[in-house]
Design a protein. Sequence first.
Length: 208
Amino acid sequence: METETKERPTEVARSPKFEAIERAAYELFLSRGFGSVSMDEIAKRAGVSKATIYSHFADKAELFAGMMRADCAMSWVKSELSDRPADDARGVLLELGRSYIGLLAEKGAMQRIVIAEAMRFPEIAQIFFENGPNASRLALTGYLDRVCATGKLAIPDTNRAANQFFALLRDDIYLRGLLGLDSGDDLQAALDKTVTAAVDLFLKGYAP
């Protein structure tokens, strides 16, 4: 049976109870995984009734989906890239890359939950994919189409190129974050080098 998706409150409308529910769920999912956590436990940790949780979320999967929408690396891309100037591809891609790789390094714990639980709960893998990697790819594809229309880049397949760009950013810093390893003292400098190298290589490869 298809799960009803409840409308997620806007940032302005988010209540303290809503924040408490997401915080409690996040902490429990991180410590014990998705499958072993019950809605009763989330309600108890958040200090709310189970009915309050169900007033915001149809079920545990939808609660996880809400967290993914808020927490996914690149959730902002869907609305923001459409406003970025097509005549400043390097500046836009640098900004995009820094945001993307920084969040990948920071949010390794959430990705570990998805990977660990994907076989038993494929719905959370789908939620993660749609709200993270797929949303990012679609947004970047649209932006690259606009850049190509100006003649500043020549990309025969912008969808494939979007995937290539994100792949260039996922180096050992991303892997260390995913594995929960220390990324070193000067993380920001390392991230900047990775992003700059990826952007320059991408632009050179697709120069007219």
